[in-house]
Ligand binder design. Sequence first.
Ligand SMILES: [Zn+2]
Length: 452
Amino acid sequence: MVVDMSYALVSTQDDGPLQLRKLINLLKGEDIMTKINYTNAAIYNHAAQTFETNRYMIVDTDTGKIIETGEGKGPASVDETVDMKGKYVMPGIMNAHTHITSIPTYWWHDGEEDRHSDSREFNTMYAIRNMQDAINNGITYIRNVGAAYDIDMEIQKMQEKGMIAGPKVMTSGRAFTMTGGHGAGSGHEVDGVDEMIKGVRTAMKKGVDNIKLMVTGGVLKNGETPDDIQFNEDEVRAAVVEAHHKGKTVAAHVQGAEGVKEAARVGVDTVEHAFNIDDETIAIFREHGTTIVPTMNAMYAIYEYGENTVPDWARQKVIVNIEKHFASITKAAAAGIPIAMGTDAGTPYNGFESESAYEIQLYVEKAGMTPAQAIDTATINCARAMHVEAEYGEIAPGKYADFIAMTEDPIADISVIQREKDVYQNGVNVHRAVMTIEDQQMKQAEMQVAGR
Ligand SMILES: [Zn+2]
């Protein structure tokens, strides 16, 4: 191979030049594999339930996948070597329950809900902003479970084409709800088995990846309770049968005890929220292989910050249910029921920044998980629940090189995942940790003490 020195002068450190180099290769008619060795890293190992030091990972930036991992420095025969300086590396955060078109805050005006009067344009622009926030905070894959105007489907296409920044997106389009049911303002209202079948088939024709059903009432709608059954068992079963015939998953918003059992019994893939879980529920989950997506921060944020802004009728439902909810998740986690991290991002004070990492912390502090188990909820468990575990959820050969790098060990302190971190997508850096003013002052003080 002829060595082209002008080519060697092009830096591979930044996205721009890397793209330029790829463009040059393309123009030359060459498709040169770009291998980067990320060395000197502490890499999270799901099987070992810890970060293993002195590891390397080789990625191919053309496919975006990991091609090799191992102990030590790794081979030098790569296009580029990046010293990770001992940083703690884990798979990018996956969030199995988001609402990308929703405004996390300030959609309550003088105690009145003013959410669904928002225009399609407003929802779209907010989705683009949420996508940017998510990737900057290490969230590399989301499953959106209800988007106004099916906007998540366009957002997914734009992200895949590289025209907007953000996590990869699994779509549901508009959520299904009964006439006047939970989320009816932005959802798709259907009643009866025939309308459900037609609706689900239509959504799949448009190309959704997942079907979202509002099976019970919920918190953020007046005049209903989390215990209200909305879709009956026949309606839920019809949706599950249709979705599974095409290999699609079904996510069910269920809160009260009977709704959770109804949805799990007819085979939905994930139950979202789940405020009431008893021994019978655990047995049903075991029988059907159901995964729970808790969204604890949705409740916690309204409880903690919602006074005088979130209407009282909504906040009261949180106050009545939050302890039952957290106890239910604790019980399910202890029983070994799979839990996939989801926040319900888009609900009040619950957005696309550090809230996902805070949800992980809540699993440790309020649901009795170990830090490693909590990390698994946001990586391998999400990948399994979303049926993408062949290519996501672990740092391993054959999987996409979507990962985050932190300066401190999340096993020692789970809260460090909330801090600024380096974010990599398809093997390339897409966000660098920004030092806060406090960090800078600390560093200056340390240098003064050291006499530098
Ligand atoms: Zn939701």
